[in-house]
Design a protein around this ligand. Sequence first.
Ligand code: DGI
Ligand code: FE
Ligand code: FE
Length: 190
Amino acid sequence: MDRDDMIRRLKSKLNEKRFIHSIGVEYTAANLAFRYDVDVKRARIAGLLHDCAKCIPTDEKLKKAVKLGLPINSSEKANPDLLHGKLGAYYAREKYGIKDEEILSAITYHTTGKPDMTMLEKIIFVADYIEPNRKVIFELPVIRKEAYQDIDKAVIHILKNTLDFLDGKSDVIDEMTEKTYQFYCKNYKR
Ligand code: DGI
Ligand code: FE
Ligand code: FE
């Protein structure tokens, strides 16, 4: 599938705000790919498609994930919107013809991150947070700079913000978000 076809399909699946965000993640991922010597085309595809399952109604996300036999943990059961990464990877494979496992993994883990991410996975995780259409988030200008100076620092900063934000609204914290934060705190040296 070429980019035009992906755009057409994506436009029919997402609301306008989410579509604009996806374009923003696409070009932010391209920029980070320049910076960190990652294949630009793959970064763009992963960025463009990362939220392709985001606009499925919440209860349907859970139903579809069950039907497809995707692994579902307790936080995903409590908060099925967390499943949009896994579902997104499924649709990227089945509906957008993506076979590249690293792109699919970047889509799967874009919300929680995962320990020991590849550079492409980190790029999508970070691009999702810093893309230009994001509304004001605490310390976003600093995180944007860190993203281009030291991507691991940006990853930790984003996870810290997310965990604080979830703590604040006493929302369930996915064990993967927690594990990722622990991993990067422990292994971050500089
Ligand atoms: O899909 P986006 O809005 O572009 O971004 P995203 O996929 O990173 O999702 C952001 C939302 O996910 C935000 O409201 C925080 C939430 N989130 C991230 N990690 C966790 C989480 N929510 C819960 N309940 N648990 C988590 O570990
Ligand atoms: Fe998302
Ligand atoms: Fe997103």
